[in-house]
Design a protein around this ligand. Structure first.
Ligand SMILES: C[S@@+](CC[C@H](N)C(=O)[O-])C[C@H]1O[C@@H](n2cnc3c(N)ncnc32)[C@H](O)[C@@H]1O
Length: 241
């Protein structure tokens, strides 16, 4: 809508301009208006350069005469990878190997006498890296994942299908019952954390662990944090329920 409004304003201005604009200068005008509208509409700061670059990028790419099917293919690939990110506000990015190793140390101790192991859940399990690693190093656990985006889900399902103690399903974390798990791990974004915390508090059993990679819960400080020595200096927030 902001882009359309910027386009209409630029058309009106161009009609009354005493000189004609080239497609690129017209698109720059659209970009300036779109960036200004973005700012006025109170969008997050990082939207402003995106809104500015959108029309000039379109004009520039048109001059390259790329076959339109390529755009369609790229769009479809992005769609199956990111799916409903526009709604969930949680894109796909992956925990580092060092986070996987830190998680190892937080799992419940192996049961003595060969008793039942623990249940671990990765909500928003991406391509299943966390689950695959933990299932390999701690085969005494049962690992579950839920993933909403089709391609990451398919990828994780393919890589985990032969592991008897791993299960991933395609769906939303909001439809999962967290009450059967001893450890629930989340690596999401700041947006769902307050609501997720309420869900965890409602459903998780006493003594179980809720671990969030990087994203804290507003107003509810964790009992423990673990600093991970990876590229992003990831911080694990840990709550015992
Ligand atoms: C930041 S990635 C983390 C991937 C993996 N857990 C890891 O640590 O490497 C977050 C994932 O959550 C998924 N996701 C976002 N919202 C979701 C929802 N409501 N239900 C299930 N998965 C969701 C995204 O598609 C994305 O793959």
């Amino acid at each position: 809508m902001l882009q359309s409004a910027a386009f209409i304003l630029a058309v009106l201005l161009a009609r009354f301009a005493p000189f004609s604009l080239t497609p690129l200068s017209f698109s720059l005008l659209v970009g300036v208006f779109a960036a200004a509208f973005s700012h006025l509409a109170g969008q997050a700061r990082w939207w402003v350069p995106i809104q500015f670059i959108f029309a000039p990028a379109q004009v520039t790419m048109l001059t390259l005469e790329v076959p339109p099917t390529l755009y369609l293919v790229i769009f479809l690939v992005l769609l199956v990878v990111y799916w409903s990110t526009f709604r969930t506000q949680v894109p796909l990015y992956l925990s580092s190997n060092k986070v996987w190793q830190a998680l190892e140390t937080l799992l419940p101790a192996p049961a003595t006498g060969g008793g039942a192991g623990f249940r671990f859940m990765d909500i928003g399990s991406g391509i299943g890296g966390v689950l695959a690693h933990l299932a390999r190093v701690r085969p005494d656990g049962e690992y579950h994942g839920v993933e909403i985006a089709p391609l990451p889900f398919l990828w994780s399902w393919l890589r985990l299908r032969l592991k008897p103690n791993c299960r991933v399903r395609w769906g939303s974390l909001w439809d999962c019952d967290l009450s059967h798990h001893d450890v629930v791990f989340a690596y999401l974004s700041p947006v769902p954390m307050a609501e997720l915390w309420e869900k965890a508090r409602r459903e998780m059993k006493p003594g179980s662990l809720f671990i969030s990679n990087t994203f804290a819960v507003p107003e509810f400080p964790p009992q423990k944090t673990v600093q991970v020595d990876d590229l992003h200096h990831s911080l694990l927030y840990i709550w015992r329920m």
